[in-house]
Design a protein around this ligand. Structure first.
Ligand SMILES: O=P(O)(O)OC[C@@]1(O)O[C@H](CO)[C@@H](O)[C@@H]1O
Length: 302
């Protein structure tokens, strides 16, 4: 079973506008949606659609926390959150014809006692893989992530900010930075595929057995103990990119869980991400009949 930890969950509010935002002018819309969000929670939602057993946990509080729990339960996503006294945040995405805006709140502060309860909750579910994903709210730091990784025999996968990746010290099965995070984690900028490949190799040496990096229009790479695999992005109509990285990770984990090769994992990841960017917000599209053949998705090994 794959357990996801979202230290800083969110309710995602997505608003679609018919014209671009103009300052000092009221924008109006009827097209809005509210979804449970936060990177680990999205991974659990995609895993359920991919028929993989998962439990979502993390810290929630207040009326948005209540909404998040109820909505996940309604969507049949098994969840076991730690209730905190602060409030779960509301993150906003504005989709205008020419632009995509994303505003994320910082979120509540987490007490040490809640962190201890989180570790107890993870142990109780006895997962094979623990995925820790998203920003760290105040009270949670890289040492907390290391503590979770070292608290059991599970494999730990992280999708956290570049500076957090840099400070982690435990052993990790996989990390999933994006292009910017890859640069921040390795102390440089990543402008080209070559930069991304050497940064991913560096990160492997830092204690991440596999590195899966989403590179936007340049597709994705996966650094393994044997090679760095690159796959170009699929040609799809993009509605918005929110959740694309979570989708990539879900596809990769699904294939790994089923014993697939690294090539198959990367192909499934890119196929799931391509589906997700063609729907609005963090809604979950059907994930059957994914395009994953070698002809349609060529891989180059470096
Ligand atoms: O502020 P964080 O934790 O870095 O990211 C949170 C978030 O932007 O990530 C998800 C998309 O990946 C959204 O569901 C959510 O709003």
């Amino acid at each position: 079973m794959i357990l996801t930890v979202t230290p800083n969950p969110a309710v995602d509010h997505t608003l679609q506008l018919e014209s671009d935002l103009v300052s000092d002018t009221v924008a109006r819309t009827d097209t809005t949606r509210l979804d449970p969000g936060g990177k680990g929670i999205n991974v659990s939602e995609f895993l359920v659609e991919l028929d993989v057993e998962t439990v979502a946990t993390g810290f929630v509080g207040g009326f948005l926390g209540q909404f998040l729990r109820e909505e996940l339960t309604m969507r049949e996503i098994t969840n076991d959150f730690i209730e905190i006294s602060g409030h779960t945040r509301l993150n906003t995405t504005i989709l205008a014809p020419q632009s995509e805006y994303k505003i994320n709140q910082n979120g509540p502060t987490i007490a040490d006692s809640s962190t201890n309860r989180l570790i107890e909750t993870i142990k109780r579910h006895d997962p094979e893989i623990v995925v820790i994903a998203g920003s760290l709210p105040s009270g949670i730091n890289p040492r907390t992530i290391d503590q979770i990784a070292e608290a059991g025999t599970w494999e730990t996968v992280v999708d956290v900010a570049g500076d957090v990746l840099r400070d982690l010290q435990a052993e990790y099965a996989l990390c999933k930075p994006n292009r910017v995070e890859l640069g921040a984690a390795t102390g440089g900028t990543v402008d080209s595929l070559d930069d991304a490949i050497s940064a991913a190799r560096k990160l492997r040496k830092h204690g991440f057995k596999h590195v899966v990096a989403s590179l936007g229009k340049n597709g994705a790479i996966m650094a393994t103990p044997d090679a760095v695999l690159h796959i170009p992005a699929l040609d799809v109509d993009v509605i918005d990119t929110v959740g694309a990285g979570d989708a990539l990770l879900s596809g990769v984990l699904t294939e790994r869980q089923q014993g697939g090769s690294s090539e198959a994992a990367l192909r499934t990841g890119v196929a799931v991400a391509s589906r997700v960017i063609s729907v609005s917000g963090t809604s979950v599209p059907p994930l059957d009949d994914l395009t994953t053949t070698a002809e349609e998705m060529p891989i180059t090994a470096y």
